[in-house]
Design a protein around this ligand. Structure first.
Ligand SMILES: [Zn+2]
Length: 124
């Protein structure tokens, strides 16, 4: 299966793993930990975290900071992918106003990830 990065992967898990690389890079770049008193480690029990403007992204990043284990269940990877799509599509991102046929990196990734989810969500 061809991917954005031009690499070919043999398994669905490998494909999702490759798809998760872009949001990891994107979210890592976007989240600002300058004022974070946890140094970017999400704490479910801390009100600062649950109300933080970067909360959703930070929580995602904390469970997806490194590439998933090749043995991770597909269902788990699909949830991570789904959450990343939701995050990148959220209205506070500038690309929310991009035209449908936009081919910037984020739109291209969203297009690919969403097509993949449409095809495979039922398998999880
Ligand atoms: Zn775009």
């Amino acid at each position: 299966m061809p991917t954005l990065t031009g690499r070919r992967t043999r398994t669905l898990t490998g494909y999702v793993t490759t798809l998760l690389e872009y949001p990891r890079w994107f979210i890592e770049r976007e989240v600002d930990f300058t004022d974070c008193h946890h140094d970017g480690v999400y704490d479910n029990d801390d009100e600062h975290c649950t109300t933080c403007e970067f909360g959703a992204a930070c929580r995602w990043l904390n469970s997806n900071r490194s590439a998933p284990d090749p043995d991770s269940p597909l269902a788990e990877l699909l949830v991570a992918l789904d959450t990343a799509v939701f995050y990148l599509r959220s209205p506070h991102h500038e690309h929310a106003g991009h035209p449908r046929d936009c081919s910037c990196e984020t739109c291209a990734w969203l297009h690919e990830a969403q097509s993949f989810l449409r095809l495979h969500r039922h398998k999880a």
